[in-house]
Design a protein around this ligand. Structure first.
Ligand code: PLP
Length: 454
């Protein structure tokens, strides 16, 4: 049987062997010690599935880096990229072009409130870099507050904003960033036992941090609307509204990072839409904006901050800002998501298949400490002991139990997103009910391996 891209299995295997050899000879991989790497070769991908170099089909519950919200090879988006390539591949950012103008309109129509000006970047980290730069120039202040248990990107400021161990080797304490604790009831830093207590105490803690750091020194508070890689902790009711109030009270810019949570992942266009009336001053996006078919990110900017740069130049830019191929992919993606009601579908799958299915797994698998999430954005917190909540792998590390569980899932045909002691169930927004159930069944088998380590 040929692969979805038309390759025969023999040709795919042959190509995979060469790909692997060249990769190991010449490719330097991100976030990794190079010597021990054994990257999986992917020869084809379609919808929610991909094929490895040995011809195995895998159901992708990771959406790669949580970016393929419309699945692989969506025909309308592939066609739009091809058409744009035939019409105009590239153009300097100083010129206006149709794909960029239209992408900006479609994004501005969907972002909350009046975030109507769009600055395009090549991805998420540079979107965060620019949002912070805008906040600093707008306020004339420098410090930025960000939470522990967060990820904001791999470039210099973005990685220093990040509240996870990937920051440590890049952190010399001089980036002008202060971290604070956000709400996370399962591992509450505030000894809270209810969501209401967690909200109130987390907001008191943030206000204390602002007061003690000095509001006159703080340009911005940066938060993922729903933290992603760090654990999919949906903020309890009232928290983000409280952050908005504190930012207004102290003259601080509120930046919502929607790079992972945006564009349908949570069952709304943006995760912050779950929190009625909360509108950030700046909103960063990437990934789902065009499912990563061509690299694209950006910042949606409030009128007040945009006006700061009406009469003085904004000191920043990129050769590929608003790249036509990337923007054409965004236009086609957003149109397809709208026409095919993909955001509503993600909400439905979360509420009626993944949420109930994962909770049912938690009833039978003692290794599951908590299930949390919404839409197609779920985390399983795996523990050695439900009472002590001791994680199945230490913070910042892995363990034989986690490695064996993930390997079991993969050999059964399921690709998961893993971080420390957590499995993230983050399939494309387009996943069908039958596919989601198939994935849950494979996950069920793999979790028996985790249970065996308790
Ligand atoms: N912000 C968040 C919330 C992310 O999840 C990520 C990437 O995972 C980034 C920023 C960085 O995006 P990129 O990898 O496109 O630079």
């Amino acid at each position: 049987m040929t692969l979805p891209n038309g390759m025969t299995p023999e040709a795919a295997r042959e190509q995979a062997a060469r790909t692997y050899a060249l990769d190991r000879a010449h490719v330097f991989h991100s976030w990794s010690a190079q010597a021990a790497l054994k990257p999986m070769v992917v020869t084809a991908a379609q919808g929610c599935y991909l094929w490895d170099g040995d011809g195995n089909r895998l159901l992708d519950f990771s959406s790669q880096m949580v970016n393929t919200n419309i699945g692989h090879q969506h025909p309308k988006v592939v066609a739009a990229i091809q058409e744009q390539a035939a019409a105009l591949c590239t153009i300097a950012p100083s010129h206006a072009n149709a794909a960029r103008s239209e992408a900006a309109r479609l994004i501005a129509e969907r972002t909350p409130g009046e975030l109507n000006r769009i600055f395009f970047t090549n991805g998420g980290a540079d979107a965060v870099e620019h949002a912070v730069r805008m906040a600093r120039l707008h306020t004339g202040k420098y410090k930025v507050l960000a939470r522990y248990r967060s990820y904001h990107g791999g470039t210099e400021t973005a990685v220093n904003l990040t509240g996870d161990p990937r920051r440590w080797p890049n952190d010399h304490g001089n980036a002008g960033i202060v971290h604070f604790f956000g709400p996370f009831l399962y591992r509450s830093h505030f000894h809270a036992s209810t969501e209401a207590e967690e909200t109130q105490r987390a907001l008191e803690h943030l206000e204390q941090t602002i007061v003690l750091e000095g509001a006159s020194t703080i340009a911005a508070v940066l938060l993922e609307s729903v933290p992603g890689t760090a654990g999919i902790m949906v903020p309890p009711p009232g928290y983000l509204a409280g952050v908005r109030e504190l930012c207004d009270k102290y003259g601080i810019v509120f930046i919502a990072d929607e790079v992972m949570a945006g564009f349908g992942r949570t069952g709304e266009w943006f995760a912050i839409d779950h929190f009625e009336g909360v509108v950030p001053d700046l909103l960063t996006f990437a990934k789902g904006v065009n499912s990563g078919y061509v690299p694209l990110g950006g910042v949606a900017i409030s009128p007040r901050i945009a006006a700061s740069f009406d009469d003085r130049a904004y000191p920043g830019g990129l050769t590929y800002s608003g790249h036509p191929l990337a923007c054409a992919a965004a236009v086609a993606t957003i149109e397809a998501m709208t026409e095919e009601r993909i955001v509503e579908h993600a909400a439905h799958i979360g509420a009626n298949v993944l949420g109930p299915g994962l909770r049912e797994l938690a009833e039978r698998h003692p290794s599951i400490g908590e299930v949390r999430g919404l839409g197609v954005f779920w985390a399983l917190e795996l523990v050695r002991d439900r009472d002590t909540r001791e994680p199945l792998a230490p913070y910042g590390g892995t363990s034989p139990a986690m490695t064996a569980t993930v390997a079991a899932a993969k050999s059964a045909g399921l690709l998961l997103f893993v971080n420390f002691n957590r499995l993230h169930v983050v399939p494309p927004c387009v996943i069908g009910e039958a596919e989601a159930k198939e994935g849950l069944a494979l996950l069920d088998q793999a979790l028996t391996v985790a249970d065996g380590y308790l």
